[in-house]
Design a protein around this ligand. Structure first.
Ligand code: FRU
Length: 925
């Protein structure tokens, strides 16, 4: 758009400049004068034109269009018409002959175009001005002069100008009139010279032959007089005929010069009137005052004044030449000025164009800046929208992930009860027995887990209803204290069994409140089961009921001193799909509880500190002004638990058979540590393994580590989802600690995906079993792992090929074995080397080294030490000549006798016997 503006501006500028220059030119040439000349061929006419041009120099506003009719009347008529057609403002005409030219001149005059007649006249008075000398008077002057020169007597020839032209006629009349007083002067002949020298030269000869004596020839102009002179000079050499003419022009072969050269006796000045014609024209055109008839003066030029005349005319000529030169100079300067003006205009135009261009550029720049700003704003807006979309997509993705995680977790929630149900059923089927105790225990376990599944399903359905807004509040006015006491009662047995201080505090015995018992029951029950789940045995769980300061809300605190939550877990505890690190469960219960409290127009909040405990706060608005009619139950409903709460509340209740199991103290060869937060699961596994192994239990990650380090079991079964420290962390810690790195670890988990399996195995787990599992499989894997440890031991002891070992030792165990054997090797001669010293050297406790050496090598430290000493002794006996006493000392026995005793004990030969039988043995064995 700006480009257009710029182009337009430039065009306008150039147009105005050209208009300016056009106007300037037309100002210079304001008027056009047409000049129709009867003939342009002679000196007098050239003089006239040059005089006009000289005068025009002072009238730059006037343009002259010139036409030469070459003495042809018809042509002159055409010339005049042509000039008029050209749109002249004024006509100057010197008619060839009066009669033929008069009509066209009248015509022009009548058209309103001013007409100036010069020199020769027309036959009417339809002209604007006349300029010319008085030809009659000149004729008279000539006649008088002739009479004087001839002394009143003589013969004359008169040579006429063109007969139809007025000067010829008038000159003749004046001449005749002047001579009329001199009867002795005779015009012997008249000759038509028609103003032309050639006509005279060719026509006069015949006439002259007729006249015997001619004293004087009077010609109407100088050129014809000179022509006559020439003719006479040739025809009558030496005669003294005098010649006179008219015009008196300056210049070579012109009148004045001819007089000076004594060719002419005299000439009469006949001014051309060129300057006067232009001056008068200018006056007419500019509407100034002018004279209609302008008679130019004439005078005689003869030998008396010819010199002065010549000098004057020469001077005039040179002055005219000067004027022309100066005019040329002026023209040059005007041209230079014009050029410079043009240059200045161009520069000015360029400057203006530059300024306009600059302005346009600034405008364009501003426009561009504005567009850029708008674009930038648009871009930012789009970017913002994009970010918003990305954020929303991320949120949606996160929500989807959370949902997927939630459904995975909830599916896993189903797996533990299902494992227990299936395991119990398996057992019933396998035993197919009337063992009532086992059957009853199993059936009870099946029932409880089925109820647990039902509760999970109910919670899911509640969720669905809440999401679909199909769960209205049905509030009735009830005693809150009594209600809570009733809900709390479900946990009394559990609290007593686990020695948990479980109390209800509050000032009032009774507090009436409007609530939906079905929903508040779920809230309180859920908070309590949560508290019991995360509180250690011997812990404390307190409920407090009060009314807040405003008196408008009931406040219920459910407080425990259990494991507590990290800040992140606490922040997300109410997120529907969140699963806390510390929690093996799902966030569904807490999320539902919060929704239920919000249905009550109340709230549920929590504060928690990791390791210290958790406190939930329920706010329930009192009264019913905040409730709409459809939130109030139509009739009081008796509140009934829809499922067996007690069965669930007593989640840690163990069947009677457990006691027997725990009391089974028969010592077995291997010890297994079972780590699972679900007591039933622990019990289930324990019950099955107890007949073959010593069993240790841990319910969370921290106590699992404690037990592993203190007892160094032969195998660990560990659940992945544990409160506090999860199974992965536990495995990583154990596998990276020298004290426990050798212990085979079976990871038990509800997460059965291959990714989870890889994750578990990566941390160093030796086996990864997904729930629900078939117990026999677990049992077989335990056997195989323990066996592989034995094979490994054999490898260390007997130098078997590693590839035959099913479970290769980890790097840490290899290092331990290397360090341990190197230490023994180095100190084999040291009789004082004992377990204490070795443990110290290896940076472990005596028990840990003992258990580790036993686990990895199958020997006690001392047995191993003795073995090494004996191996070395065998070698020395076979390959050296050293005495038995020397060898005993070298392999670290305090006395040769003790060495011999031990040697004989183990090898069943005395050292001497062994040496003598060496040929029967392999040298390196
Ligand atoms: C020139 C001329 C002059 C003369 C005049 C008369 O053409 O012949 O010599 O004076 O014309 O019109």
């Amino acid at each position: 758009m700006l480009k257009h503006t710029f182009a337009w501006t430039l065009t306008l500028l150039l147009c105005s400049l050209s208009l300016f220059s056009c106007r300037h030119a037309s100002e210079n040439k304001h008027y056009t004068i047409g000049f129709s000349q009867c003939t342009g061929g002679d000196a007098w006419r050239r003089q006239m034109l040059s005089a006009m041009k000289g005068e025009l120099l002072f009238h730059p506003e006037i343009e002259l269009q010139y036409r030469d009719a070459h003495g042809d009347n018809a042509r002159q008529v055409n010339d005049i018409r042509d000039l008029v057609k050209n749109g002249i403002d004024l006509l100057i005409v010197s008619p060839n002959e009066a009669s033929p030219i008069t009509p066209v001149v009248e015509e022009v005059f009548k058209m309103g175009i001013p007409v100036i007649v010069v020199d020769r006249k027309i036959s009417s008075s339809f002209y604007t001005a006349y300029i010319g000398a008085d030809n009659y008077e000149i004729g008279e002057l000539a006649g008088s002069y002739v009479s004087e020169v001839l002394g009143g007597k003589g013969k004359i020839i008169e040579i006429w100008g063109l007969r139809g032209s007025t000067p010829a006629v008038e000159r003749h009349k004046g001449f005749v009139h002047a001579l009329s007083g001199f009867p002795n002067i005779d015009v012997v002949a008249e000759f038509d010279g028609a103003w032309e020298i050639d006509t005279v030269k060719h026509g006069l000869a015949a006439a002259t032959t007729q006249a015997t004596t001619v004293d004087l020839v009077f010609a109407h102009n100088d050129v014809m007089a000179y022509g006559a002179y020439e003719v006479f000079k040739e025809a009558r050499p030496g005669n003294d005929t005098k010649f006179i003419g008219i015009d008196g022009l300056p210049g070579p072969a012109a009148g004045i010069q001819l007089v000076d050269d004594k060719i002419l006796s005299a000439t009469f000045l006949y001014p051309t009137g060129g300057e006067e014609a232009i001056r008068t024209a200018s006056k007419i055109l500019k509407k100034e005052h002018f004279e209609k008839d302008n008679v130019l003066l004439s005078t005689v030029i003869d030998p008396k004044n010819v010199r002065v005349m010549k000098l004057q005319t020469d001077k005039i000529s040179s002055q005219q030449a000067d004027i022309v030169r100066q005019q040329e100079k002026i023209n040059e300067q005007v041209n230079a000025y014009t050029k410079q003006s043009v240059l200045i205009y161009i520069l000015l135009a360029s400057l203006v164009a530059t300024i306009i261009g600059g302005a346009a550029a600034i405008l364009a720049w501003r426009e561009k800046k504005e567009i850029n700003r708008q674009l930038e704003a648009k871009r930012n807006q789009i970017l913002e929208q994009k970010n918003e979309i990305a954020e929303m997509a991320e949120k949606a993705e996160l929500a989807t992930q959370e949902k997927l995680k939630f459904f995975t977790n909830i599916s896993h929630e189903f797996k533990t009860p299902l494992t227990l149900i299936l395991g119990s059923i398996d057992e019933i089927i396998a035993k197919n027995t009337a063992d009532r105790v086992t059957s009853t225990d199993n059936l009870r376990l099946i029932r409880k887990n089925a109820i647990r599944l039902l509760r999970l399903v109910n919670q899911l359905m509640d969720f669905r209803k809440i999401e679909d807004r199909k769960m209205p509040l049905r509030a009735s006015e009830l005693d809150l204290v009594a209600f809570i006491e009733e809900v709390m009662a479900a946990f009394n047995k559990t609290a007593a069994r686990r020695n948990i201080r479980y109390t209800l505090l509050g000032n009032a015995d009774r507090l009436l409140a409007w609530f939906d018992p079905d929903k508040l029951d779920k809230v309180i029950f859920n908070l309590l089961s949560n508290a019991f789940k995360f509180t250690h045995d011997n812990g404390k769980i307190t409920l407090t009921i009060s009314v807040d300061e405003s008196g408008k809300n009931a406040v219920i605190f459910v407080e425990d001193n259990g494991v507590g939550m990290s800040k992140d877990d606490a922040d997300h505890a109410f997120d529907r799909f969140h699963t806390g690190e510390h929690s093996a469960g799902t966030g569904i219960g807490l999320s539902l509880s919060k929704e239920f409290m919000e249905l009550h127009h109340g709230s549920l909040m929590l504060s928690s500190e990791l390791g210290k405990g958790t406190r939930f706060c329920i706010m329930l608005p009192l009264g019913k002004v905040h409730l709409s009619d459809n939130e109030i139950a139509s009739r009081d409903v008796a509140f009934v638990h829809d499922i067996d709460y007690e069965a669930i509340a007593d989640d840690t209740h163990l069947p009677a058979a457990e006691i027997d199991v725990e009391n089974d103290v028969t010592i077995k060869e291997h010890t297994i540590l079972i780590v699972d937060d679900n007591q039933e699961m622990r019990f289930f596994i324990r019950k099955k393994l107890q007949p073959f192994y010593n069993i240790q239990e841990a319910q969370d990650g921290v106590s699992a580590l404690d037990k592993a380090f203190s007892t160094v079991p032969d195998l660990i079964i560990c659940d992945v989802m544990l409160p506090g420290k999860n199974g992965i962390d536990v495995t990583t810690t154990l596998k990276n600690d020298l004290r426990t790195s050798h212990i085979p670890l079976v990871m038990l988990t509800a997460r059965g995906s291959i990714e989870h399996k890889i994750e578990g195995v990566k941390t160093g787990a030796d086996e990864y079993i997904a729930k629900p599992f078939v117990f026999e499989y677990l049992s077989e894997r335990i056997k195989a792992l323990i066996k592989s440890r034995k094979l490994l031991r054999d490898h260390y002891i007997h130098g078997l090929n590693v590839s035959t070992v099913t479970t290769a030792p980890g790097n840490l165990d290899r290092k331990f074995i290397n360090d341990f054997t190197a230490l023994i090797e180095k100190n084999v001669a040291n009789a004082d080397l004992a377990a204490n010293e070795i443990a110290h050297e290896l940076g472990m406790s005596r028990v840990q080294v003992y258990r580790k050496v036993k686990a990895l090598l199958g020997f006690s430290i001392n047995d191993y030490l003795v073995n090494v000493r004996l191996q070395k002794a065998k070698y020395l006996l076979m390959n050296t000549d050293k005495s038995v006493a020397e060898i005993a000392q070298e392999v670290g026995f305090s006395s040769p006798a003790y060495f011999s005793t031990i040697f004989k004990n183990k090898v069943r030969q005395s050292p001497t016997e062994f040496r003598s039988n060496k040929m029967n043995l392999h040298p390196t064995n």
